[in-house]
Design a protein around this ligand. Structure first.
Ligand code: FAD
Length: 288
């Protein structure tokens, strides 16, 4: 396994933004991941495990330690009765496709969410009233501290809205999901309908990290930002999407600092107008 030096992080996230990682590696299995963690620890390097980078904003100054990208990791997806077991590096969309194709119902509303199975667990990804926690049975995880594997049940993972407390200090290696028997052609149609709705509502023609902010108790963050009149606001190459105000898009040459400027603007205007503190869903990596 190669450890790349000075690797541009823009290649590893949906925003296509970011400086260089001091070190970056793409392990294919648990053995390689364990070797990398041991290597980083022996050198006192910070490290971060990422999936497809669909929810990450990397700093313009990059990351000073080791980025471990799991996009080539444990690429299996297998059926066991009415459950499916998938490796952390499998695309969530592939898991959804696989389940629908097998006539297994439960994941169809998650169609079209970018990212990996591991990232989806970490973020408890969700859409159209369904979250990962609704279909998850258990996950095989690796402790960063002891570098030992442990299977955790869905309760032990403590998943809530875009949060997974039980995964703090752990990497997801693989996960098992529960499904119900369904009609294959109906599931495939439903999946297509969900993808159509997403394309209608979201600016998928531009680079982004999806929703920048979590929803608030008052209203969806996008609605509050829109009511502040911020749609179309720009900073450098970044823009608050005209189509959906909770998306800050990269118009092609945005820097992380541009995205951050718009995040600050949205936070301060929403606080002034509604007294609501917006909390980011996007994860920052590197120095900000
Ligand atoms: C166009 C667009 C639309 C989106 N729509 C939605 C949506 O509808 N609903 C939704 O919930 N999200 C949405 N997102 C956000 C994103 O798709 C999800 O958060 C997704 O689950 C991220 O997966 P990832 O593999 O890219 O994780 P990454 O972005 O790589 O990582 C996210 C976090 O998880 C951690 N992580 C990743 N993999 C692992 C692992 N194996 N073990 C431990 N930690 C890990 C990372 O360190 C980071 O903290 C959207 C994003 C885009 C770009």
């Amino acid at each position: 396994m190669k450890i790349l030096e000075g690797e541009p992080l823009a290649k590893y996230c949906s925003y296509r933004i970011g400086g260089k990682a001091a070190y970056l590696a793409l392990p294919k299995d648990t053995e390689e991941l364990v070797a990398l963690l041991t290597w980083a620890k022996a050198r006192g390097l910070d490290f971060e495990v990422i999936g497809f980078g669909a929810n990450i904003l990397f700093s313009d100054s990059g990351y000073p330690g080791l980025i471990i990208s799991l996009r080539d990791f444990e690429m299996f997806c297998v059926r066991k009765d009415d459950s499916v077991i998938a490796g952390a590096g499998v695309a969530l969309s592939e898991l959804v496709n696989f389940a629908c194709g097998e006539g297994l119902s439960g994941a169809e509303n998650l169609a079209g969410i970018p990212g990996s199975v591991g990232g989806a667990l970490r973020m408890n990804a969700g859409a159209f009233g369904v979250e990962i926690k609704d279909i998850l049975i258990r996950a095989n995880t690796l402790s960063y501290k002891s570098v030992k594997e442990k299977v955790l049940s869905v309760d032990e993972l403590v998943l809530s809205y875009r949060s997974s407390k039980g995964l703090n200090g752990r990497a997801v290696l693989a996960a098992e999901f529960a499904f119900k028997q369904g009609d294959k052609s109906e599931l495939v149609l439903k999946q297509e309908e969900i993808k159509r709705l997403r394309a209608e509502r979201h600016p998928l023609e531009h680079l982004s990290c999806g929703s920048v902010f979590k929803r608030t108790e008052l209203a969806p963050a996008g609605k509050l930002i829109e009511e502040c009149g911020l749609k179309g606001e720009r900073a450098g190459g970044a823009e608050i999407s005209q189509k959906h105000a909770n998306f800050i898009i990269n118009r092609g040459n945005a820097k992380a600092k541009d995205v951050r400027e718009l995040i600050r603007l949205a936070r301060s205007e929403v606080l002034k107008r509604f007294g609501v503190v917006l909390e980011e869903e996007v994860r920052y990596l590197g120095e900000f």
